[in-house]
Design a protein around this ligand. Structure first.
Ligand code: ZN
Length: 121
């Protein structure tokens, strides 16, 4: 039913694959938080530019949260995804995973491990 289409990124022009694979895997964009209207943005950006667009939008949202409102944030009510996205959920620093505020927000509470980007403290 759904096939992979090759599209060109509207920001950088890089061709990218869009759609579910014939083997039944979901399109890569399903790993991303559903914070955009798919037809508007997901459909025309490559994964790299989409990561950038997503993280900017997330950073703006995180900036509006305080330690009190973080407990009741929007991210924890989004459908759970098992695949973490580099640049959205974490970034790599000297080979170590550093989880971003978005990852902690999805959990909905502090894990008390003193994470660098903890939004709850
Ligand atoms: Zn691009």
């Amino acid at each position: 039913m759904n096939s992979i289409k090759v599209k060109n990124c509207s920001t950088c022009g890089t061709p990218f694959n869009c759609g579910d694979t014939p083997e039944g895997s979901k399109c890569w964009c399903n790993n991303f938080p559903p914070i955009f209207t798919p037809s508007e943005v997901v459909d025309c950006l490559c994964s790299s530019c989409f990561t950038t667009a997503c993280s900017i939008k997330i950073d703006e949202y995180v900036a509006t949260l305080s330690s009190e409102t973080a407990m009741d944030n929007k991210a924890k009510d989004l459908p759970k995804t098992t695949n973490l996205v580099e640049g959205i959920d974490y970034y790599l620093e000297n080979g170590n995973y550093v989880f971003k505020a978005w990852f902690h927000l999805k959990r909905g509470h502090c894990c008390t491990n003193g994470c660098r980007h903890c939004p709850y403290k």
